[in-house]
Design a protein around this ligand. Sequence first.
Ligand SMILES: [Zn+2]
Length: 242
Amino acid sequence: MYYNPPVPVSRRRLLASAAALPLLAKPFAPLKIVVAGGHPGDPECGCAGTVARYTELGHDVVLLYLNRGEGFCGGANLARCAGIRTEEARKACEILKARAAFAGQIDGRAIVDDSHYEAFARVLAAESPDVVFTQWPIDHHRDHRAVSILTFDAWLKTGKKFALYYYEVAEDTTMFSPADYVDISTVESRRRAACYAHASQQPDKWYPKQVEITRSRGMESGLPQAEAFLRHPESKRALLPR
Ligand SMILES: [Zn+2]
């Protein structure tokens, strides 16, 4: 048995060692988050507040759109829609400090077959996500259902490597019972600006409904306004903004 006599430590030395502590703290490791949606505007509609919270905290977020919105851009010629809506998506991502990515399918003509499962899985794998949010699959729009199922298949293919959460969008999502909530009350103006970046989609028609949803999710969770998610029960938990 050895005895180490206590070493006297001066106050100055103690303070100097305390000041050095932050340098020894674990370095911040940003998460890579992908929010997948059918069309430009879907990830923003369901998750813009959460995306803004994540990027404020220094995490890296990509909005991954299944198509470029070729099927509708207000009164403009359909041939111009992909260009108009790609630009709107880029603007929304700039507001949210996120990055836009596109999975190469066509609006209104989503294909879910072997080669498209493979193609989507490759796009997602290239991002190496820690967390993926996708649309809830019971939805009125085929493209929303498609992106949900393509994401789910890609998740299985990775061996459930990333955390998988589902989100809701006004009017189209049905039978959704969320369990995780993110307070978006401090980022409401950026959320609104990101949704209104999709001017060709006439946000006055759907944005107020999405606000009603997040107010109602807030009431469920004791927050002023909340976006709500459902984690797949076999998925690991993600670090959600608190
Ligand atoms: Zn959509």
